[in-house]
Design a protein around this ligand. Structure first.
Ligand code: N6E
Length: 227
């Protein structure tokens, strides 16, 4: 079996929520500068994905997550640059933490009203999807629908495999390889149980081996579609 050799970057992303609001960060520098997003970054050698997620949230927003519901994976490719890495981003929410969100050198935390809120019933502004990564429009509302208007039991998880062809970045007016959705595969699981395509419902089931196999399967599915 051909194995997929492009560089892969392992990232985390946490979206903190309280009973009425969603915390996003305005990225002040580096990758994604000028956009709102959850908090996260690269997983460092020697740490687990969950450890990386907690560390990045603390570094970027000064809060320490006390829980970390797992929601799944964003698996992002861009055909606009053959040398672009593949982004493997593991997504969490947090509903409990220690400390108060504070601005850091990298991020400015801002509270937003979830999409289900009517304008008049919230003091917070609506989530600025136009200033976020393009594919956030797809997965973030569905994750938030699990909490708002009323929290549901159980788990909601997804696998989201998107290929970008490059497109105009609305913040800069320049071409960006991570814009312009070309193809997408979206899978939702409400139970958090492993499914027949091998998508594991829980973070601890994403062993190195399972990740390799699942990703290889995804890559092959997209390759097949091309023909
Ligand atoms: C293309 N579509 C995307 N959609 C949603 N989220 C995206 C994303 N692309 C990157 N992300 C997130 O953006 C952060 C980058 O983090 P980034 O600052 O580069 O990492 P880290 O803090 O380790 O970097 P340095 O240490 O400064 O190199 C990290 O949370 C990662 O999950």
């Amino acid at each position: 079996m051909a194995s997929y050799t492009a560089t892969r970057k392992l990232y985390t992303l946490i979206v903190p929520v309280d009973s009425q609001r969603v915390l996003l960060g305005y990225k002040k520098r580096g990758f994604g500068e000028g956009k709102y997003n959850g908090f996260g970054g690269k997983v460092e050698p020697g740490e687990t994905i969950a450890e990386g997620a907690i560390r990045e949230l603390e570094e970027e927003a000064c809060i320490k997550a006390k829980n970390l519901p797992y929601h799944g994976i964003l698996f992002l490719e861009s055909t606009a640059d053959s040398k672009a890495p593949i982004l493997e981003i593991h997504v969490f929410t947090a509903t409990e933490w220690a400390g108060e969100p504070m601005e850091t050198e990298e991020m400015r935390p801002v509270w937003f009203a979830p999409p289900s809120t009517t304008h008049d019933s919230s003091d917070s502004p609506a989530i600025p999807f136009q200033n976020m990564w393009e594919e956030s429009r797809e997965w973030l509302p569905l994750v938030l629908a699990f909490y708002f208007p009323t929290p549901r039991r159980g788990k909601i998880q997804f696998a989201h495999h998107v290929t970008f062809k490059g497109g105009l970045n609305p913040e800069t007016g320049l071409e960006d390889i991570w814009h312009g959705i070309d193809r997408k595969f979206v899978k939702w699981l409400e139970s958090g149980r492993k499914d027949d395509e091998g998508f594991p419902g829980d973070l601890e089931d994403w062993t190195e081996e399972v990740r390799e196999q699942w990703i290889e399967k995804r890559m092959m599915a997209f390759e097949k579609n091309k023909m």
